[in-house]
Design a protein around this ligand. Structure first.
Ligand code: PEP
Ligand code: MG
Length: 360
């Protein structure tokens, strides 16, 4: 029973009186969004859209799309995915009832979407009527030695813009429909992942803006929305002043920023980080508690440079550190507007944000 009740609810109310930072949550299903709200989340700080495509029925469409030979092939599958994505976003906007929702466009390491077992190739071949050998050849072409540093995030949006176009269309169509039905007009925040350069963001922002304009013309209404970016690569943090020319908000993806700054794989670190902590090389696991001396400097620098370009830029953190009290204290110190952890960490984030504000 996630509801906060009794003395705990009172404690949370006291915390809310003192904290300055907002607390959002990372969620991509209506059930998780509901739970996040019951825990007191004031918005969704990260909706990871790639998670919407992993279930059995959809992954075969995504595989079909990624393995298609050309843009026409990809567009044919994306057309089938559009109504499903629209329904995904409409459900989230409905639950969040006008609270801010940051939707991140597709950011899969590509290997998670490629078939890799014979049975998967055979099933896909049966479904889409393309020979197993052709599918395997195409998968080989897309294979990467290091997918987490490869063709993911906005790079996928640059090479296959039709994917982001479909998602942007789904976001704006859903937002218009929900505004029409409920009166709580959503204000979508469309987030571009793994940006390293202003040019990447400029190209994709243009695509999102053009798609919004088309949808608003078709629906005969306009809605406010924001386009912004994750800051999760050291280059993006260093170039934040320039990137802010194209971004209305930054969300610090400190999972990837830790990985790329320390040169440590976020997926394999557990195997060797314990001795590092035991020997005092790191005081705590840097994927749990922000490495304030190193990664934190990049975050602080990006905050300063982003604000110098755009004084009212919205700033949040959506890496796992957004639910860690010591990291939250740091976020308060450098003046972030919100933290966004997983739903179960929302109460601790509310408390930690209040303590950090009092300390400050
Ligand atoms: C991050 O990198 O910190 C982030 C929030 O994105 P993801 O964990 O989905 O890569
Ligand atoms: Mg990331």
């Amino acid at each position: 029973q996630p509801e906060l009740a009794g003395d705990f609810a009172t404690l949370m109310e006291w915390a809310d009186r003192y904290r300055c930072m907002k607390v959002r949550a990372n969620a991509e299903t209506p059930a998780d969004c509901r739970m996040a709200r019951e825990f007191g989340a004031e918005g969704i700080g990260l909706c990871r859209t790639e998670h919407m495509f992993f279930e059995a029925g959809r992954i075969s469409s995504v595989r079909q799309m990624i393995l298609a030979q050309d843009e026409a092939g990809r567009r044919a599958t994306l057309e089938k995915l559009l109504p499903e994505q629209r329904a995904d976003f409409a459900a989230i906007f409905t639950v969040m009832a006008g609270l801010p929702v940051t939707i991140r466009l597709l950011d899969p390491p590509l290997h998670e979407f490629l078939p890799n077992r014979d049975a998967e190739f055979a099933a896909l071949s049966d479904t889409i009527g393309i020979g197993v050998d052709t599918l395997k050849r195409r998968a080989d072409e897309l294979h990467e030695m290091n997918p987490m540093l490869g063709h993911r995030g906005c790079r996928l949006g640059i090479t296959y813009p039709e994917i982001y176009e479909m998602q942007a269309r789904a976001i704006f169509e859903a937002a218009c429909d929900v505004a029409e039905e409920s009166g709580d007009a959503p204000v979508p925040e469309v987030m571009i992942p793994l940006v390293a350069t202003k040019k990447e963001l400029a190209i994709l922002k243009k695509l999102v803006d053009e798609t919004a304009a088309k949808v608003f013309a078709e629906k005969c209404r306009t809605l406010d929305y924001l386009v912004g970016t994750m800051i999760e690569l050291p280059r993006a943090a260093l170039m934040a002043g320039e990137i802010a020319e194209e971004a209305k908000f930054f969300s610090f993806g400190t999972n990837d920023l830790t990985q790329t700054t320390l040169g440590v794989s976020r997926d394999d670190a557990a195997r060797f980080l314990n001795p590092y902590v035991e020997k005092g090389i790191f005081l705590r696991d840097p994927f749990v508690s922000l490495d304030i001396e190193g990664v934190g400097q990049l975050v602080e620098l990006a905050v300063q440079r982003g604000r110098a370009t755009r004084a009212d830029i919205k700033l949040g953190i959506c890496g796992e550190h957004g639910g860690d009290p010591a990291s939250i204290t740091f976020c308060e110190k450098i003046g972030l507007d919100y933290v966004s952890p997983s739903p179960f960490r929302v109460p601790i984030a509310r408390l930690a944000a209040a303590q950090a504000a009092l300390e400050k």
